[in-house]
Design a protein around this ligand. Structure first.
Ligand SMILES: Cc1cc2nc3c(=O)[nH]c(=O)nc-3n(C[C@H](O)[C@H](O)[C@H](O)COP(=O)(O)O)c2cc1C
Length: 262
C-alpha cells in the first residue's frame, strides 16, 4: 500500500466512529420508534441461526449437563490471557461446551428452557458468528468448521492441517499456533447494516466483544487456556473462511487449549 493510501486509510479508520454517531434529529423522527416493528426487521429476527451451505453433515456435540461447578465470581477471579498451551489434545465435548456456552442457544447448552442465546446482541440480530480452526482436538479431523448454533455442532468447511499456514500467513504471534484450536469471531455486518446503517460497525464489534468475554469466562470455568488476538491478516483469514470481508468479516481470533503442564 502506498504511503498516501495508508494515511487515508488511517484517517478513515479514525473517522468511522464520528460517521456512525447518531444525530439528535433522529429523536424527532417518529419513524425511528417503528423501526423495531418494521416488516424487514421482523424478518431479520425470524431468520434464525445461520446455516452454511455445504455438502457435509454437521457433527453435533452431545448436550451434556452441568459443565462446571465454578461460580461466576471465581471464573472472573481466574480469567486471564494464557499464551502457553499443552501438547495434549482438547477434549471435543469440552470444546463444544466452550462454544455453546459462549454463543450458543441456552436450551442446547445449560439448563434454560427458552431459546435465547448465551450472549446479548444488538437488536437480537446475533451478528457474531463463530468459525473454528481445529489444530489438535480429540476426535475431530483437523480443519476449518462453522459453529452451527441451531444444531449445536460443527459444520465442516475445509479439512487439512493448517498449523504451518497459521504460523506463516495468518497470525502475528506464532506461539499462539501451539494452541489446540482457534475460534474466529466473524461479524455479520450486512445483517446489522440493513437495520442500523453506519452504526452497524460499532454494534458488530460490541456483539463480538460480549462473545469474547464469555469465551474467556467459560475457559476459566473449564480450566482452559485462552488468549484473544487482533493480530491477524484479515484478507488471508476471510478468504480461508469464504467471507467477503465486508458484509462478513473476522474481527477477533481466540486461541484455546489445555494449559501448559496439564
Ligand atoms: C480485543 C483484544 C485484542 C487482544 N490482542 C492481543 C494480541 O494481539 N496479542 C496478545 O498476546 N494478547 C492480546 N490480547 C490479550 C490482552 O493482552 C490481555 O487481555 C491483557 O494484557 C490483560 O491481560 P489478562 O487478559 O490476562 O487480564 C487481546 C485482548 C483483547 C480483548
Amino acid at each position: 500500500m502506498k504511503a498516501s493510501h495508508k494515511k487515508l486509510a488511517a484517517e478513515l479508520a479514525c473517522d468511522y466512529h464520528v460517521a456512525s454517531n447518531n444525530s439528535p434529529w433522529l429523536l424527532k423522527l417518529p419513524v425511528i420508534k417503528q423501526v423495531n416493528f418494521s416488516e424487514h426487521v421482523q424478518e431479520l429476527m425470524e431468520e434464525g441461526p445461520r446455516q452454511i451451505d455445504s455438502d457435509t453433515d454437521t457433527q453435533a456435540f452431545q448436550c451434556t449437563g452441568k459443565a462446571s461447578d465454578m461460580t461466576l465470581i471465581d471464573a472472573l477471579a481466574r480469567r486471564k490471557s494464557s499464551r502457553e498451551f499443552s501438547k495434549s489434545a482438547l477434549d471435543l465435548q469440552k470444546f463444544g461446551q466452550l462454544l455453546g456456552l459462549s454463543n450458543g442457544l441456552r436450551n442446547k447448552v445449560g439448563n434454560a428452557n427458552d431459546s435465547g442465546r448465551n450472549a446479548p446482541s444488538a437488536g437480537s440480530l446475533c451478528s457474531c458468528e463463530m468459525y473454528v480452526l481445529a489444530l489438535n482436538v480429540a476426535d475431530l479431523e483437523k480443519g476449518i468448521y462453522h459453529y452451527d448454533v441451531g444444531a449445536h455442532g460443527l459444520k465442516q468447511l475445509k479439512l487439512g492441517d493448517f498449523k504451518e499456514w497459521s504460523k506463516r500467513m495468518l497470525l502475528l504471534q506464532s506461539e499462539l499456533c501451539d494452541s489446540a484450536a482457534f475460534i474466529f469471531l466473524a461479524s455479520n455486518q450486512g445483517r446489522l447494516r440493513s437495520k442500523y446503517g453506519p452504526r452497524a460497525y460499532r454494534l458488530g464489534l460490541l456483539d463480538a466483544g460480549h462473545v469474547s468475554e464469555n469465551i474467556y469466562l467459560v475457559s476459566a470455568a473449564l480450566n482452559l487456556a485462552v488468549t484473544a488476538t487482533g493480530g491477524f491478516i484479515d484478507d488471508e483469514l476471510n478468504n480461508a473462511l469464504g467471507l467477503d470481508g465486508v458484509d462478513d468479516c473476522v474481527v477477533l481470533v481466540l486461541a484455546v487449549g489445555e494449559p501448559a503442564g496439564a
